[in-house]
Design a protein around this ligand. Structure first.
Ligand code: K1U
Ligand code: ZN
Length: 170
């Protein structure tokens, strides 16, 4: 297993559209293990392959307090979403230190392959539904700050670029 470097906004590679996973083979099982290790190490509740510069439709999630209920979604598709929405603060490991409100469907149904390559259907609501929608956006090349106003997004972009320059100077 390996810790993978996480791309940070506004890295243009975060806007890459991921292609479907062709086969759940040893390479993909290795990537799943690395994504989970990287997510747990960063104290995240989710991570998309896009964020580690792998542009295939694969996400991992664990919203449990005990951090022992990993969920692997390969080639996920939302097959139903409620009209009812929820507004909640989101964070992102690719935009460290920034939290802001995003409106999302309150309940969804998702079809995906699991880590064994089996097709599953999952109903999710609340935080799990939010996290799945956030991670699936990454696979489409979308970062949550794109839901914010251009003014907020520009401030965040400048803050991230300054933080990157400051780190490079050390
Ligand atoms: O970078 C990511 O995509 C993971 C992201 C997932 C997420 C968090 C909150 C709302 C939607 C999606 C994170 O894990 S950010 C890390 C974080 O600060 C956090 C951890 C637990 C709960 C809430 C935020
Ligand atoms: Zn994110």
């Amino acid at each position: 297993m390996a810790l993978l470097p996480i791309l940070t906004y506004p890295d243009p590679r975060l806007h890459t559209v991921a292609r479907p996973v062709q086969a759940v083979d040893a390479r993909i099982r290795g990537l799943i293990a690395d994504l989970l290790e990287t997510m747990y190490d960063a104290n995240g509740i989710g991570l998309a392959a896009t964020q580690v510069d792998v542009h295939e439709r694969l996400i991992v999630i664990d919203i449990s307090e005990e951090r022992n209920q990993p969920l692997v979604l390969i080639n996920p598709e939302i097959v139903w979403a409620s009209d009812d929405t929820q507004l909640g603060d989101e964070g992102c490991l690719s935009v460290p230190g920034i939290y802001d409100g995003v409106e999302r469907a309150r309940s969804i149904k998702v079809r995906a392959l699991d880590g064994e390559g089996q097709s599953r259907e999952l109903a999710a609501e609340g935080m799990l539904a939010v996290c799945i929608q956030h991670e699936m956006d990454h696979l489409l090349g979308k970062v949550f700050v794109e839901y914010l106003s251009p003014l907020k997004r520009n401030r965040i972009k400048n803050k991230m670029l300054k933080a990157r320059r400051d780190t490079e100077r050390v």
